[in-house]
Design a protein around this ligand. Structure first.
Ligand SMILES: CC(C)(COP(=O)(O)OP(=O)(O)OC[C@H]1O[C@@H](n2cnc3c(N)ncnc32)[C@H](O)[C@@H]1OP(=O)(O)O)[C@@H](O)C(=O)NCCC(=O)NCCS
Length: 172
């Protein structure tokens, strides 16, 4: 199937105006882990972007600037709080395109490193991050609850040059 004609956009989420849409998409993306859903207060702290393909919202990214995975201050670090593609759009390359855009966004915004964390059982996210050049920095036991689970912490240094393809230009 050819994808050359698809128009992919990343548009900043307007909070609180689009909070209900955020709750809804987060609930659908993370249906397996309701305890991981973010609150209104958390969404208000994040900088979030819709991923829109040909006018249809297929996923969402959220960032915290200058913050490590445990929310400690870390200048120069972009913390990816969420990377998500709706279930019905998965395994079509949109997760990889979203990740490429996140990396370009971080570079253009002058960050030196990207950090992200995920449940140890989240093979899809870990594999996607590894594919895009992230390395496993370590693990954090009991980071998640309901169910209790270790977080795998992954990083991508940006100063030493790109390690992933970057054909899509961020437009947000
Ligand atoms: C992780 C996620 C974003 C991947 O999105 P996607 O659009 O399905 O990913 P892609 O189709 O672009 O796949 C890219 C690569 O990711 C990896 N991958 C994706 N889904 C996978 C799966 N179910 N199992 C193993 N690897 C997987 C593969 O390496 C894949 O490359 P390939 O297709 O050449 O094998 C999606 O599964 C998702 O939204 N999950 C729920 C949200 C979540 O857990 N987010 C992480 C915590 S913040």
């Amino acid at each position: 199937m050819s994808e050359w004609h698809e128009k992919i956009e990343f548009r900043k989420v307007i909070v609180p105006d689009e909070l209900e849409q955020l709750f809804e998409i987060d609930r659908r993306i993370f249906s397996a882990f309701p305890a991981d859903l973010f609150s209104a207060e958390e969404w208000a702290e994040f900088e979030s972007y819709w991923m829109i393909v040909d006018g249809t919202t297929v996923g969402c990214s959220a960032f915290l600037r200058d913050t490590d995975f445990d929310i400690e201050p870390r200048p120069g670090c972009l913390h990816i709080m969420t990377t998500g593609v709706l279930p019905e759009f998965r395994r079509r390359g949109y997760g990889a395109k979203q990740k490429q855009w996140q990396i370009e966004f971080a570079k253009q915004q002058g960050f030196q490193v990207i950090v992200t964390n995920t449940r140890a059982s989240n093979v899809a996210m870990i594999e996607l991050n590894l594919k895009m050049g992230f390395q496993i920095r370590g693990s954090s036991p009991h980071f998640y609850f309901e169910p209790d689970e270790t977080a795998i912490v992954m990083e991508l240094p940006l100063r030493s040059g790109p390690s992933a393809p970057s054909s899509d230009q961020p437009n947000a």
